[in-house]
Design a protein around this ligand. Sequence first.
Ligand code: FCB
Length: 438
Amino acid sequence: MTVSRDHFPQDFKWGVATSSFQIEGAHDSDGKGPSIWDTFCDIEGKIADASNGHVACEHYTRWPEDVELITSLGVNAYRFSMSWPRVQPDGQGAWNEAGFAFYDQLIAALEKRGIELHLTLNHWDLPQSLQDQGGWDNREICAHFTRYATEVARRFGRRVHSICTHNEPWVIAILGYEQGIFAPGIQSRKQAMQAMHHLLLSHGMALQAMRELGLTTAMGIVLNLSPIYPASDDPQDVAKARLDDGLILRLYMDALYKGVYPQDVIEHLGADAPQSQPGDLATIAQNNDFLGVNYYTRNFSSCGNPWDVASTGNTVTDMGWEVYPHGLTELLCRLHHDYQPKRLWVTENGAAFKDQLVNGVVDDAQRLAYIRDHIAATHDAMVQGVPVGAYFAWSLMDNFEWASGYAKRFGLVHVDFETQQRTLKNSALWYRNFLSRT
Ligand code: FCB
């Protein structure tokens, strides 16, 4: 069956997503402080093309054009993030009014066009001065984050539809503190697990504090999740898949929705398990208004040879990720079954492919198919009774793809990084067409 927009409820949110560091540029304009990603990009060898976020998509000055782009797609929702060091340069002292003014005008322009705003407080660009005090590994950060969250909610809470505390705590903790391939570049499992705990704890504390403001804004968190399968039916692979699922999904979901860390994972972590204080897990387990799910691919666990993605026979993206839409259906059904989040939103979904701009056209047939098939997979979960309320394509436009620099393009809109020219790819034209037809 070909899915069309009218198979979805009237109030379904259709959007595109971005994040501050990946698009804004203007890394030191108007009083912005350095973020950990500014620092990380300066370390040789960390970013594939030795680039940084100094210019990115120049969204900081080109935002009026980008607002027109978003509007032209016909979406009714936009997911974006606020750069903490832009609005509070050192993460704990004075507010930077010029930084807030930037978001104020952006929000006003989108409000005027009737586009719902979905604001993320932490999409990774932490103020460097907080990192100098240990970053997410230092428990004191929870109070600083709560103060930042409360100030943003006080200023903008009535104007945005939702506030997400953290984007993908697993990525921050594991890629940033255990593997060291993302900022801040630390390699310690113990610190990673402590960072994870403080991310979750600060989520709970921030929600409690923001809710005291009496807002109707939806509040929640966004996780990167994917189903994990054993690479074979060898019991060792099966056990490994169960543990990997624990480390990636259950650790976060059990804490957020059941107020416990899963025992098998804690035992496995041993001395690296997070240290928590009495009451922490009750604070973490807030009643979230939504759970945001970022889904890109599925994973396999194996105790022997590493899983060969080519063996699936499915398309593989420029990131090396298998295209597997059905994994999204399975994941949404499983989350609903095991945890019953009030509402599930697909907050990111998309693919990088090697695009070519030829005579003003980007014929990105593979991305188009990816988006189309994942929208259908979302619908499949809804048919099975899962309360999914939103789909956001990642991303509005090509941008700074973290450690991959500008080499990996996820945009529905092509960006020429020499001229900053934006061009709608065929996937964008398809999405616009899909959204305009009922
Ligand atoms: C997610 C990030 C997002 C983007 C996509 C490709 O993990 O949230 O910023 O980089 O991956």
